[in-house]
Design a protein around this ligand. Structure first.
Ligand code: ADP
Length: 241
């Protein structure tokens, strides 16, 4: 618990810092983008200058995406917890899941438990958890594969399981995946914030996240939520304050 609290505290500080930096960079970036787009309209521009401007605009657009993610990561959005049905949150994300999967030649298998107890949670934040896990799973299966989303209840807990048949992770990677900015992806593919955000949200709900992974076989995320919100809540990065 001590380690979790330390992690949450560090996450909150990094989040504030990241949001601050993102905010500072936003305006100069808007200028770079705006003026480059203006310059592109100049009549009779040499082809090379046109190409250079295109590169500037592409890089600026990418930076804008990164800044957006930093802002989301760092924002102190109050959690709006209500009693919700986890299955419903998954169904509400289905369109996104299926769109992403079909682009990656990934088959989606769902196994949602009937009569799942409700949990005390913020549906928007849970959606973010599902989306981040699904996107990572699909990324891990560049040649296609199977993504499984499961829910079940056991004793006083509700489980969300997301697994893929993808590339898996070495123990060395596995150890670092929840660290903010840790990524094994190219700069324009990953920010290393997805799982840090997932971790923050799960802990803000009094939940626990566990991962099993094997290189070449796949990865399985198991998230446990206390049903009905049994008071096991903490106050990390994204909680209301
Ligand atoms: P990003 O996806 O931007 O790199 P994340 O925090 O979401 O950031 O993930 C961190 C790293 O964890 C990824 O770069 C990848 O190496 C690893 N990872 C996450 N999910 C999976 C997965 N389902 N299969 C294999 N590796 C994964």
């Amino acid at each position: 618990l001590e380690r979790q609290l330390q992690h949450a505290d560090r996450l909150a500080k990094i989040g504030q810092f990241a949001a601050g930096v993102a905010h500072e960079l936003n305006e100069p970036l808007a200028n770079i983008l705006g003026f480059a787009q203006l310059a592109e309209q100049t009549p009779g521009l040499p082809a090379q200058a046109m190409k250079d401007l295109d590169s500037i605009i592409k890089a600026a657009l990418h930076s804008r995406e990164v800044i957006k993610k930093l802002m989301i990561f760092g924002r102190q959005v109050p959690l709006r917890k209500t009693l919700i049905d986890l299955n419903q949150v998954i169904r509400d994300s289905l369109y996104f899941i299926e769109m992403s999967a079909s682009r990656g030649k990934v088959e989606v298998r769902m196994n949602l438990a009937e009569g799942l107890p409700t949990i005390m949670a913020d549906p928007q934040h849970l959606k973010q958890v599902i989306v981040n896990l699904v996107v990572n799973g699909i990324h891990a299966m560049p040649g296609g594969g199977v993504l499984t989303i499961e829910t079940l209840s056991f004793k006083d807990d509700v489980y969300l399981l997301v697994s893929d048949s993808g590339v898996g992770m070495t123990p060395d990677v596995l150890r670092q995946i929840f660290n903010p900015f840790f990524t094994t992806k190219d700069v324009d593919q990953g920010t290393g914030l997805g799982l840090a955000v997932v971790h923050g949200i799960v802990h803000a709900h009094g939940g626990v996240i566990e991962v099993e992974s094997e290189p070449g076989r796949g990865t399985r995320f198991e998230i446990t939520f206390p049903c009905g919100g049994s008071g096991r809540e903490m106050n990390p990065a994204m909680d209301d304050k």
